[in-house]
Design a protein around this ligand. Sequence first.
Ligand code: MN
Length: 149
Amino acid sequence: MSSKSIATRAPRPAGEREEQDLILVVEDNKASSDLTAYLLRAAGHRVMTCTDGADAIAIAGQEHPRVIVMDLQLERMSGLEAAAVLAADPKLKAIPRVAVTAYAMVGDRDRVLRAGFTGYIAKPIEPTTFAAQIKAFFVPESQHVADAT
Ligand code: MN
Protein backbone atom coordinates (compact mmCIF):
# COMPACT_ATOMS: atom_id res chain seq x y z
CA MET A 1 0.00 0.00 0.00
CA SER A 2 2.81 2.42 0.80
CA SER A 3 4.91 1.59 -2.25
CA LYS A 4 4.78 3.99 -5.15
CA SER A 5 2.43 2.94 -7.89
CA ILE A 6 3.67 5.32 -10.55
CA ALA A 7 4.87 2.47 -12.76
CA THR A 8 1.36 1.05 -12.98
CA ARG A 9 -0.32 4.36 -13.74
CA ALA A 10 -1.16 5.63 -17.17
CA PRO A 11 1.07 8.41 -18.53
CA ARG A 12 -0.13 11.84 -17.51
CA PRO A 13 -0.60 14.70 -19.96
CA ALA A 14 2.20 17.26 -20.01
CA GLY A 15 1.83 19.90 -17.37
CA GLU A 16 -0.32 17.82 -15.06
CA ARG A 17 0.91 17.49 -11.51
CA GLU A 18 3.23 14.60 -10.74
CA GLU A 19 1.81 13.65 -7.35
CA GLN A 20 -1.02 11.21 -6.95
CA ASP A 21 -4.53 12.56 -7.12
CA LEU A 22 -5.65 13.66 -3.68
CA ILE A 23 -9.11 12.66 -2.48
CA LEU A 24 -10.58 14.11 0.71
CA VAL A 25 -12.80 11.71 2.67
CA VAL A 26 -15.15 13.34 5.19
CA GLU A 27 -16.74 10.70 7.42
CA ASP A 28 -17.34 10.56 11.18
CA ASN A 29 -17.75 6.78 11.37
CA LYS A 30 -14.27 5.34 11.74
CA ALA A 31 -15.03 1.97 10.15
CA SER A 32 -16.59 3.67 7.12
CA SER A 33 -13.74 6.17 6.88
CA ASP A 34 -11.12 3.42 7.10
CA LEU A 35 -12.82 1.31 4.42
CA THR A 36 -13.30 4.28 2.09
CA ALA A 37 -9.69 5.42 2.47
CA TYR A 38 -8.40 1.88 2.02
CA LEU A 39 -10.30 1.34 -1.23
CA LEU A 40 -9.17 4.66 -2.69
CA ARG A 41 -5.52 4.17 -1.66
CA ALA A 42 -5.59 0.66 -3.11
CA ALA A 43 -6.65 2.26 -6.40
CA GLY A 44 -3.55 4.49 -6.31
CA HIS A 45 -4.95 7.70 -4.86
CA ARG A 46 -3.61 9.85 -2.04
CA VAL A 47 -6.23 10.23 0.68
CA MET A 48 -6.78 12.72 3.49
CA THR A 49 -9.55 12.17 6.01
CA CYS A 50 -11.49 14.35 8.43
CA THR A 51 -14.69 13.95 10.43
CA ASP A 52 -16.48 17.29 10.16
CA GLY A 53 -17.84 19.60 7.49
CA ALA A 54 -16.02 22.69 8.75
CA ASP A 55 -12.71 20.83 8.67
CA ALA A 56 -13.53 19.66 5.14
CA ILE A 57 -13.91 23.27 3.97
CA ALA A 58 -10.60 24.26 5.57
CA ILE A 59 -8.72 21.31 4.08
CA ALA A 60 -10.30 21.85 0.66
CA GLY A 61 -9.03 25.43 0.69
CA GLN A 62 -5.48 24.38 1.57
CA GLU A 63 -5.09 21.18 -0.41
CA HIS A 64 -7.46 21.49 -3.36
CA PRO A 65 -8.33 17.78 -3.55
CA ARG A 66 -9.42 16.29 -6.86
CA VAL A 67 -12.68 15.08 -5.30
CA ILE A 68 -14.37 15.41 -1.90
CA VAL A 69 -16.20 12.28 -0.72
CA MET A 70 -18.52 13.27 2.10
CA ASP A 71 -20.98 11.69 4.49
CA LEU A 72 -24.12 13.70 5.33
CA GLN A 73 -24.32 13.34 9.11
CA LEU A 74 -21.08 14.65 10.61
CA GLU A 75 -19.91 15.96 13.97
CA ARG A 76 -20.55 19.73 13.91
CA MET A 77 -21.25 21.01 10.41
CA SER A 78 -23.24 18.53 8.32
CA GLY A 79 -22.24 17.36 4.87
CA LEU A 80 -25.22 19.21 3.40
CA GLU A 81 -24.11 22.50 4.97
CA ALA A 82 -20.49 21.98 3.95
CA ALA A 83 -21.44 21.11 0.38
CA ALA A 84 -23.49 24.30 0.14
CA VAL A 85 -20.57 26.41 1.39
CA LEU A 86 -18.15 24.74 -1.05
CA ALA A 87 -20.57 25.13 -3.95
CA ALA A 88 -20.88 28.85 -3.24
CA ASP A 89 -17.11 29.47 -3.01
CA PRO A 90 -15.68 30.66 -6.36
CA LYS A 91 -12.28 29.13 -5.54
CA LEU A 92 -13.61 25.76 -4.40
CA LYS A 93 -16.82 25.15 -6.33
CA ALA A 94 -15.03 23.32 -9.16
CA ILE A 95 -13.99 20.51 -6.80
CA PRO A 96 -16.53 17.69 -7.24
CA ARG A 97 -18.45 16.82 -4.08
CA VAL A 98 -19.77 13.26 -3.82
CA ALA A 99 -22.21 12.34 -1.05
CA VAL A 100 -21.85 8.84 0.34
CA THR A 101 -24.74 8.13 2.62
CA ALA A 102 -27.12 5.50 3.87
CA TYR A 103 -30.07 7.65 2.86
CA ALA A 104 -31.28 5.72 -0.16
CA MET A 105 -34.93 6.67 -0.14
CA VAL A 106 -36.62 8.12 -3.15
CA GLY A 107 -36.18 11.88 -3.21
CA ASP A 108 -33.00 12.03 -1.15
CA ARG A 109 -30.85 12.01 -4.25
CA ASP A 110 -32.51 15.18 -5.51
CA ARG A 111 -32.31 16.80 -2.08
CA VAL A 112 -28.59 16.03 -1.89
CA LEU A 113 -27.90 17.38 -5.37
CA ARG A 114 -29.90 20.54 -4.72
CA ALA A 115 -27.91 21.13 -1.52
CA GLY A 116 -24.65 21.46 -3.41
CA PHE A 117 -23.36 17.97 -4.07
CA THR A 118 -22.15 16.96 -7.52
CA GLY A 119 -23.13 13.32 -7.14
CA TYR A 120 -24.44 10.67 -4.81
CA ILE A 121 -23.42 7.11 -3.93
CA ALA A 122 -25.64 5.07 -1.61
CA LYS A 123 -24.22 3.02 1.26
CA PRO A 124 -23.38 0.27 1.58
CA ILE A 125 -20.61 0.99 -0.90
CA GLU A 126 -19.60 -1.71 -3.37
CA PRO A 127 -15.88 -2.36 -2.71
CA THR A 128 -15.08 -3.69 -6.18
CA THR A 129 -16.40 -0.64 -8.00
CA PHE A 130 -16.22 2.20 -5.45
CA ALA A 131 -12.88 3.69 -6.55
CA ALA A 132 -13.98 3.69 -10.19
CA GLN A 133 -17.26 5.35 -9.21
CA ILE A 134 -15.33 8.12 -7.48
CA LYS A 135 -12.81 8.54 -10.30
CA ALA A 136 -15.73 9.06 -12.69
CA PHE A 137 -16.25 12.41 -10.93
CA PHE A 138 -12.74 13.68 -11.71
CA VAL A 139 -12.74 16.67 -14.01
CA PRO A 140 -9.73 17.66 -16.14
CA GLU A 141 -7.26 20.01 -14.45
CA SER A 142 -7.75 22.45 -17.34
CA GLN A 143 -11.45 22.59 -16.53
CA HIS A 144 -10.59 23.25 -12.87
CA VAL A 145 -8.68 26.34 -13.95
CA ALA A 146 -11.44 27.45 -16.28
CA ASP A 147 -14.09 27.05 -13.60
CA ALA A 148 -12.03 28.92 -11.02
CA THR A 149 -11.79 32.09 -13.06
MN1 MN B 1 -21.96 10.11 9.70
